[in-house]
Design a protein around this ligand. Structure first.
Ligand code: SF4
Length: 557
């Protein structure tokens, strides 16, 4: 039975937020606070594809808490979960066997007094506050389609996922059709490379005047340390690293942050404008951990959670148009990120606050057209968001430059507060930066002693530690448009880089008896990081949102 003809329930609300990340939750909370101040009743809903709020938020981040305190001046007394306060920053250059602490920390990376949070716990707490104010949160509901009015341009809501389809997309006995959540304003805040955002952006041409988006992919871990190795007595508890294993040519770096209960958050980020198709993100993480300086920090530890995500780091010039009729775009999905500071949660939340103020004004005049909502763009321009994004407007494009020239660009940008040598500095889409593979990737070559197997976990254990699950007989959510490209052009030119950049090991080459290996995919391992959609050199992969509730279940245990 084709699902297009199914009768669907319609649920109207005033405002619908898509994605229960910090941006949407901050927006929903602010909207309810404004409505309460004005004595108005509002129906506000948030849908979230994760099984619960926070399930898709990867833990461990330094957070500038201003927007949190704008919402809840007494947030800490109210129990907002904080892992630690930053006592001191360390910025290090890693050579293969040594580490050198740099004497100067760039102003954007000075974090003393800021908070280290588990994003998963923070969003869960924000979700509870939102529900306390009357917001309806629907976890386990993925948005699969943006709904438009008859004019084909006005956004009227979102259709949620059908549950209980078989592998071929046919309804099973326990089939439950998705519902049409309609709203006067729909706020998209799905996180980097959002699927609904791509739909709406191509229909409404939201990226027409934007430069190509740029992304970073990161794998993060929460590591339980022995008590005596806890960071709680270290004066420097937010550490950033450049250099090995990436060297100076490829963009990225690592971090280690203190967390509560003798834990640390550790991660490696790789700018997806990288050139070498032989790079393996997971191997790089293992090499980073095995560096003598990092190893000394974490030895005796055990990985208790692992996750992966991409972040939109392209900056100001890559930001899309943020509004349309019935639509506002917020959060990292819409490019709100301070790249030189390696931070975006505060900007995402701030964008949510400004969206809420815009929507409250629009609802009070009963005009939710773009003409009314575009004051959001002006509010952003007049806010401190803009000042931060101005300063970082060319940074990812500089990091992606070839060779040592990047350091001249970065230095000039630092001295001129963003302008640098060329403004705007051009950048290519990340899927177009790979060079042909010259030699077969050798792998990390690390041999992990038996005693350290819980500290250096392999990819499949990492997926297990992310608690990722997908229903085995649901339709495959990864669409490879032309499979023949994989074992011909892509194999010959780039050696199938998806087998290395995917942190979940979803793409593997297998022999099928013919003279060419072919790609086999295991979608149930997918961590929903979106790296494959962004980096595949032929843009041959589409990621469809799987059934709501699937994917990782991060908790920062
Ligand atoms: Fe990430 Fe794509 Fe791999 Fe899923 S399949 S984990 S989205 S790279």
């Amino acid at each position: 039975m084709p699902t297009e003809n199914i009768q669907r329930e319609e649920m109207p609300v005033d405002v619908l937020f898509v994605g229960a990340g910090p941006a949407c939750l901050a927006g929903a909370i602010r909207l309810m606070q404004i409505a309460a101040d004005q004595g108005r009743e509002l129906e506000v809903a948030v849908i979230e594809k994760g099984m619960e709020v926070g399930a898709h938020a990867v833990s461990g981040a330094v957070f500038k808490p201003d927007p949190l305190f704008a919402l809840f001046p007494e947030a800490l007394k109210q129990g907002c979960p904080i892992e630690a306060e930053v006592r001191g920053d360390g910025l290090y250059w890693l050579a293969p066997n040594q580490a050198r602490r740099l004497p100067y920390v760039p102003r954007q990376l000075r974090n003393k007094g800021r908070l280290i949070v588990s994003l998963s716990k923070l969003t869960r707490w924000l979700g509870e506050q939102a529900e306390g104010l009357g917001v309806n949160i629907f976890p386990g509901f993925a948005g699969t389609e943006v709904l438009f009015a008859e004019d084909g341009r006005t956004v009227t809501g979102v259709r949620t996922d059908d549950k209980g389809l078989d592998k071929d997309g046919n309804p099973k006995a326990n089939f439950e059709p998705g519902i049409d959540l309609t709203a006067r304003v729909t706020v998209l805040g799905e996180g980097a490379a959002g699927s609904l955002f791509e739909q709406v952006s191509s229909r409404l041409d939201l990226k027409r005047n934007s430069r190509p988006e740029q992304f970073e992919a990161g794998i993060k871990e929460v590591i339980q340390l022995p008590e005596e190795a806890s960071f709680s007595s270290r004066p420097l508890n937010a550490l950033h690293f450049m250099g090995s294993p990436l060297g100076i040519y490829e963009p990225g770096g690592g971090f280690v942050y203190e967390m509560s209960q003798s834990r640390v958050a550790l991660g490696l980020l790789l700018g997806l404008g990288y050139r070498d198709p032989g790079l393996d993100l997971y191997d790089l993480l293992l090499q980073f951990k095995a560096h003598p300086f990092i190893h000394e920090l974490i030895k005796g530890g055990k990985v208790v959670e692992q996750g992966a995500r991409t972040v939109n780091t392209g900056g100001l010039y890559t930001r899309p148009r943020l509004t349309s009729d019935g639509l506002i775009c917020i959060g990292n999905m819409a490019g709100f990120h301070n790249t030189p500071a390696l931070k975006g949660i505060h900007l995402a939340m701030h964008s949510g606050l400004l969206a809420a103020e815009t929507i409250a004004e629009a609802l009070s005049t009963s005009d939710c057209s773009q003409t009314a909502l575009q004051s959001f763009e002006q509010k952003v321009k007049n806010s401190e968001i803009q000042a931060e994004m101005q300063e970082g407007r060319n940074v990812q494009q500089a990091l992606n430059q070839k060779g040592l020239g990047k350091f001249f660009h970065l230095g000039a940008q630092y001295c001129t507060r963003g302008r640098g040598l060329i403004d705007p500095l051009p950048g290519k889409p990340d899927h177009r930066t790979l060079q042909p593979l010259v030699k077969k990737p050798a792998g990390s070559g690390l041999s992990i002693p038996e005693a350290e197997q819980e500290l250096f976990v392999d990819k499949s254990t990492g997926v297990y530690l992310s608690k990722t699950t997908h229903r085995e007989d649901e339709p495959c959510h990864l669409e490879i448009h032309d499979p023949s490209l994989c074992n011909t052009q892509c194999l010959e030119t780039y050696g199938c880089p998806c087998t290395r950049f995917c942190p979940g090991g979803v793409y593997e080459l297998e022999e099928d008896g013919s003279n060419r290996p072919r790609i086999r995919i295991t979608p149930s391992n997918c961590l929903h990081c979106k790296t494959c959609v962004i980096k595949d050199p032929y843009a041959n992969i589409t990621w469809h949102c799987p059934e709501g509730g699937d994917g990782p279940k991060y908790k920062a245990v």
